[in-house]
Design a protein around this ligand. Structure first.
Ligand code: NAD
Ligand code: UDP
Length: 311
């Protein structure tokens, strides 16, 4: 049993991670400033004596005692991270420096929730971890993409310079219950639009691709990475290689909800990647990890969740 810190623990992925770690018998400290996360996501854990929530902004130093750190704090959807781009870079860079400093003082193992966005709009497909990416450094997504890239740099410099035990996880698009209702991500948007009978907003012609991983699978991969041998630092892709176009996703959501919503085509946002699919060979070989949940099952769970939220 360990004492674990989860930054961003009241968010979508963070709250599922807290659930998993508590169910494994650990003590969990959730640190969050509730920018995009909510107390609702962790309300079921608040009475548990092994769970503690602390309101704190990771761009400021934090002095606590823990055995391991999962660093997830950062707004993750384009709408949220573009709302205050300077703060997004600060969360990624200052947040990483503060959490790495904490890890260094405690000699604690630390995991970084990095992203497939470090590959930008990729010209290598599917993306392998040794691909350096194709990222616009001055565009509207750069605060997030370059912020996450700089955080990876910091993690590897702390590893080389201070011999810290680091784990870098490149998360590909993930979906499931507790996604934010209004964060503009495609899975939540399509489901909410379908359930409300509103038009399904397809950006561009809908031929761009993504590969969607169900949250339970993702969390299994995250914990497996944290518990992997010290010599394995990553970066490692964790995601579902099942690639699809946004038009195919819209059709799947319409069919599973039974909705009669129509498709409505909108302009493609700037720097929107054309394709994205993880090569998960490294995760399979080193962690014995692969996603298990078929898209249909994951979407059904997510639709059930949004039906409850929408009432
Ligand atoms: P989320 O927005 O639901 O969660 C992020 C959490 O961080 C929220 O609870 C938010 O309030 C908190 N936060 C933001 N700024 C903070 C600050 N300064 N101090 C403390 N807490 C702060 O997003 P998510 O989807 O759960 O993403 C979690 C992590 O995983 C992020 O680092 C994100 O970049 C990464 N990631 C997610 C995906 C995905 O598909 N969901 C894909 C790639 C990477
Ligand atoms: N997208 C869309 N309609 C929406 C929201 C998003 O067609 O209502 C598209 C978006 O342009 C992108 C893809 O869906 O090509 C995934 O978008 P999301 O914001 O979920 O994730 P990211 O672009 O960060 O992978």
């Amino acid at each position: 049993m360990k004492k674990l810190l989860v930054t961003g623990g009241a968010g979508f992925l963070g709250s599922h991670l807290c659930d998993r770690l508590i169910s494994q018998g650990h003590d969990v400290l959730c640190v969050d400033n509730y920018f995009t996360g909510s107390k609702q996501n962790i309300s079921h854990l608040l009475g548990n004596p092994r769970f503690e929530a602390l309101r704190h902004d990771v761009t400021f130093p934090l002095y606590i005692e823990v055995d391991q750190i999962y660093n997830l704090a950062c707004p993750a959807s384009p709408i949220h991270y573009q709302h205050d781009p300077v703060q997004t870079t600060k969360v990624n860079v200052h947040g990483a420096i503060n959490m790495l400093g904490l890890a260094k003082r405690l000699r604690a193992r630390i995991l970084q929730a990095s992203t497939s966005e470090v590959y930008g709009d990729p010209d290598v497909h599917p993306q392998t971890e040794n691909y350096w990416g194709r990222v616009n450094p001055i565009g509207i997504r750069s605060c997030y993409d370059e912020g996450k890239r700089c955080a990876e740099t910091l993690f590897f410099d702390y590893w080389r310079q201070h011999k810290l035990e680091i784990k870098v996880m490149r998360i590909f698009n993930t979906y499931g219950p507790r996604m934010h209702l209004n964060d503009g991500r495609v899975v939540s948007n399509f489901i909410v639009q379908a359930l409300r009978g509103e038009d399904i907003t397809i950006f561009g012609d809908g031929s761009q691709t993504r590969s969607f991983c169900y949250v339970d699978d993702l969390i299994t991969g995250m914990v497996a990475l944290m518990e992997s041998p010290a010599a394995f630092t990553g970066p490692v892709n964790i995601g579902n290689p099942h690639e699809m176009t946004m038009l195919e996703l819209a059709e799947a959501v319409l069919s599973l909800t039974g909705s009669t919503s129509k498709l409505s085509f909108k302009p493609l946002p700037q720097d929107d990647p054309h394709q994205r699919q993880p090569d998960i060979t490294l995760a399979r070989d080193t962690l014995g990890w692969a996603p298990k949940t078929p898209l249909t099952d994951g979407l059904k769970e997510t639709i059930r969740y949004f039906k409850t939220v929408l009432g």
